[in-house]
Design a protein around this ligand. Structure first.
Ligand SMILES: Nc1ncnc2c1ncn2[C@@H]1O[C@H](COP(=O)(O)OP(=O)(O)OP(=O)(O)O)[C@@H](O)[C@H]1O
Ligand SMILES: [Mg+2]
Length: 285
């Protein structure tokens, strides 16, 4: 895939999504977002605002109510690592990873080799004979991640892939993932609840409002392509950005809490683009 192709791989244009006919059933309102080729865009927002719905729209698992979601290259192979690992309980870990590879017509040997490689990447090589019920939640998530990576996808959709991991494993796998998507220039859309994770992994970060969700702000992150955890946290813009994003999310999170009626999420401002922690006039992405 041409990384210098200026056309984004994924484009959302004024996307509205509602699961019912009434206005209060709206989930997404006027979402404009693009993901460039080889870029990692993270989405962060309060619980239930519509983050998984964004990924489902890209994957074609649900349709827009209005607006459009386009994937520019119809041939691109995508992999979707769901929020819930969704492993097949009757298959062991190896066979779960091989399942997705069996659908793309590889030889038996290639299937085995690619599954082994992906399992090693997520450090599950020692557990490949186990069945899902024998795995911890974090191991199940790692198996689901291996299943996605084994496909060698051009477009990777990740829905909180590290949510059930302990902090140590999470940090380790975040760096592994960063290495993998950098090495293969994999276009990635990552949903996360974790500001630090977003700051480490993303080239750009879209902050969503509470439901009905709009994109409140898009941050272009200043940490560079060769970022690593230690360098990112030591960067002078890391703490100011983290504080700014937390403050941006605070009223949105409060708005999803029935105990707090202080914020009307529908007043959320339209999307803008910022670089670093300093605001700059820019067009919405
Ligand atoms: N198939 C569906 N039918 C009806 N409502 C749905 C459907 N899928 C999602 N919703 C509703 O849309 C809203 C957004 O759901 P979604 O799963 O996208 O949120 P989320 O931001 O991923 O939440 P979380 O942070 O808890 O993972 C929720 O109110 C949810 O109940
Ligand atoms: Mg979700």
């Amino acid at each position: 895939m041409a990384q210098d192709d200026p056309q984004p791989l994924v484009t959302f244009e004024r996307v509205c999504k509602s699961f019912g006919r009434r206005a209060e059933e709206s989930v997404l309102v006027d979402v404009d977002l693009d993901v460039g080729r080889g870029e990692l865009v993270a989405i962060i927002g309060p619980s239930g605002c519509g983050k998984s719905t964004v990924l489902n729209l890209v994957a074609g698992l649900t349709d827009v109510t209005s607006g459009s979601v386009r994937v520019a290259d119809p041939e691109v192979r995508s992999a979707y690592v769901f929020q819930n690992p969704r492993l097949l309980p009757w298959r062991d870990v190896q066979a779960n990873v091989e399942f997705s590879l069996e659908q793309i017509g590889l030889s038996r040997k290639d299937i085995r080799d690619r599954a082994d490689e992906a399992l090693d990447l997520v450090h599950l090589g020692q557990h490949k004979d186990k069945y899902p019920h024998e795995l911890s939640g974090g191991m199940q998530q790692r198996a689901a991640l291996a299943r996605g990576l084994a496909l060698d996808p051009g477009l990777l959709l990740l829905d909180e892939p590290f949510g059930a991991l302990d902090a140590l494993t999470r940090g380790y796998l975040q760096e592994e993932l960063l290495g993998i998507v950098r090495r293969f220039q994999t276009t990635t859309l990552l949903v996360t609840h974790d500001i630090d994770e977003a700051l480490l992994l993303a080239d750009r970060l879209a902050v969503m409002s509470s439901r009905p969700a709009r994109i409140r702000q898009i941050f272009e992150l200043p940490f560079g392509p060769d970022r690593a955890l230690d360098k990112v946290v030591a960067h002078p813009e890391f703490l100011p950005l983290r504080t700014e994003i937390r403050e941006l999310l605070r009223p949105e999170v409060e708005a999803t809490d029935p105990g707090s009626a202080s914020t009307d999420a529908s007043q959320a401002t339209a999307a803008g683009t910022r670089r670093g922690s300093r605001a700059r006039a820019g067009t919405a992405q």
